[in-house]
Write a protein that binds this ligand. Structure first.
Ligand code: FES
Ligand SMILES: [Fe+2]
Length: 515
């Protein structure tokens, strides 16, 4: 008896499961045909070939039925991803496995895509839906990030921001779901896969060839001091230069979280001297405090958000007075006074100071970081510290002032060409005559730098010839620097060009995806 009962329970459970699956299936079909808001229990029952009473027996309400349907889609997806990742070996195979799951017809087809987005459309008003989407998104992001991070750590592309690349890769995969829903006929799985492989190769060149991993393992890459960068040049996929969503990701994940240059400490000599700097939709203010230190804040008044100081530089007296309604802040950012203070019932001045930012002075150059945490700039640039230390950059004084120009192209383009000396012979004939074949693009532990040595060869250009002849010895510089031109890249947007008699810097400040 006991055995029979047990079998019977198992059988009951199985058939209940089948029924539920059948109803979930019918619900998906109903959503596809009628849209989520017009799904009714009667329609689901009719599509399943059952009576509405049976539907109500399994699901207490239409809401419950919908929720179970969404959970089922999310569960199936998660199971498929886990299965594929279990079979994959290494980060490369894992990333390709994620691509393949998302292009698998059982997972991504016009119906699942349209149902998924129908739920997404509802999710803004539904916490339970939102949680399911959030969990799937977070799980995917975390996985993808970990794969990119391990590729970054194991390879030579240590400057790659794994978080930003993971976001972009995730967005690329999401775009296949959108394509499949919007244009089921035109959606091309093979071309989509190729695009993913091309994108992955654009970030980690040559790592994602179509090959059998057993027969042809990926080339070993080693990292060494001063490794030549010529072998790792690559282009990003064209869409990355014109995609506004990727631009937003770049601002959030890169520009808001990296150290950005504001100016040189010598521009902030006196108490109350300030510099401002806008980037990634944020506004920074750096001011010299009475104790001689530098403070950085969001240049945003705590009253109505006005800039508290205007222009790119200036001097406040003893305090910072917002030009809009006159809220006044001390140089340490604390709120000092508020006109008609009594009319602001309950305003706690101690909680309404300017919002501080991370600030760091590196060899005299002042940097801010809008968000995020992590390495100090000194730690980030430690690999090239021995190269820059002799130049006494903190003691330098600005000669030429800042120069700013706007261009109609994506910010990455300038770094693509500037980061490689390949353009020098054609684009800068005078530099070619100055240091010619000695020019090299190098990298130490993720910090890119380039060097050229001023040679003794006669130069065709009068100015280059004279420069070579007149160049004196520089007693403060070690022997190997005596004729060195040094360029140091500070990720993501800055290059210090350190010459013998002077230095300059140039940086990109993205205004929009194409500007
Ligand atoms: S916005 Fe600054 S005082 Fe009103
Ligand atoms: Fe150049």
């Amino acid at each position: 008896m006991a055995i029979t009962a047990s079998k019977s329970h198992a059988h009951d459970a199985e058939s209940r499961q089948d029924r539920r699956a059948q109803l979930v299936e019918a619900t998906m079909e109903a959503i596809r045909q009628f849209g989520i808001s017009r799904v009714t229990v009667a329609k689901v029952a009719s599509l399943a070939g059952l009576s509405p009473g049976i539907v109500n027996f399994y699901f207490q309400s239409k809401e419950q039925l919908l929720l179970d349907t969404l959970r089922t889609i999310a569960f199936d997806y998660e199971q498929a991803v886990r299965g594929a990742l279990d079979r994959a070996r290494g980060a490369e195979e894992s990333l390709l496995a994620i691509v393949d799951v998302n292009l698998d017809e059982h997972i991504l087809n016009p119906r699942t895509a349209s149902v998924w987005y129908a739920f997404w459309g509802e999710s803004q008003a539904r916490q339970d839906y939102l949680r399911i989407f959030g969990e799937r998104e977070a799980a995917m992001q975390a996985r993808i990030f970990s794969f990119f991070e391990s590729l970054r750590e194991a390879g030579t592309r240590t400057a790659v921001n794994a978080k930003a690349v993971a976001r972009a890769f995730d967005a690329l995969i999401d775009s296949f779901w959108e394509d499949c829903m919007a244009d089921p006929e035109g959606f091309d799985r093979a071309a989509s896969r190729e695009m993913c492989v091309a994108y992955l190769n654009s970030v980690f060149p040559g790592r994602f060839e179509r090959r059998c991993p057993e027969v042809d393992p990926p080339p070993e890459r080693t990292r060494a001091d001063g490794e030549d960068r010529q072998d790792i040049q690559g282009m990003l996929a064209p869409w990355t230069y014109r995609n506004p969503e990727l631009f937003d990701v770049e601002m959030e994940a890169i520009f808001k979280r990296q150290w950005l240059l504001v100016g040189h400490a010598s521009e902030l000599d006196e108490v109350g001297d300030y510099l401002t700097f806008d980037a990634a939709g944020e506004r920074a203010l750096v001011v010299r405090d009475r104790d001689g230190g530098l403070n950085a804040f969001h240049n945003v008044c705590r009253h109505r958000g006005s800039r508290v100081v205007e222009g790119t530089r200036g001097r406040c007296r003893r305090s910072i007075v917002c030009p809009f309604h006159g809220w006044t802040y001390n140089l340490d950012g604390s709120l000092k006074s508020v006109p008609a203070f009594k009319t602001f019932a309950g305003l706690d001045k101690t909680r309404h100071g300017l919002v501080p930012l991370d600030v760091e002075v590196w060899h005299g150059f002042v940097f801010v970081r809008f968000q995020g945490e992590g390495a100090s700039l000194a730690e980030q640039l430690a690999p090239v510290e021995h190269l820059v230390a002799p130049y006494r950059m903190a003691d330098m004084k600005p000669l030429g002032g800042h120069y700013r120009k706007e261009y109609d192209y994506n910010w990455k383009i300038i770094h693509d060409v500037d980061n490689e000396g390949y353009h020098v012979p054609m684009a800068h004939p005078s530099l070619q005559q100055l240091y010619g074949k000695t020019y090299r693009d190098l990298e130490i532990d993720g910090v890119a730098y380039s060097t050229g040595t001023v040679d003794e060869r006669p130069a065709k250009l009068w100015s280059v010839g004279k420069y070579k002849k007149l160049l004196p010895r520089f007693d403060h510089l070690p022997e190997r620097h005596q004729r060195l031109w040094l360029y140091v890249g500070v990720f993501p947007n800055l290059v210090f060009a350190i010459y013998l008699d002077m230095m300059e810097f140039y940086m990109t400040v993205p205004l929009s995806v194409g500007r």
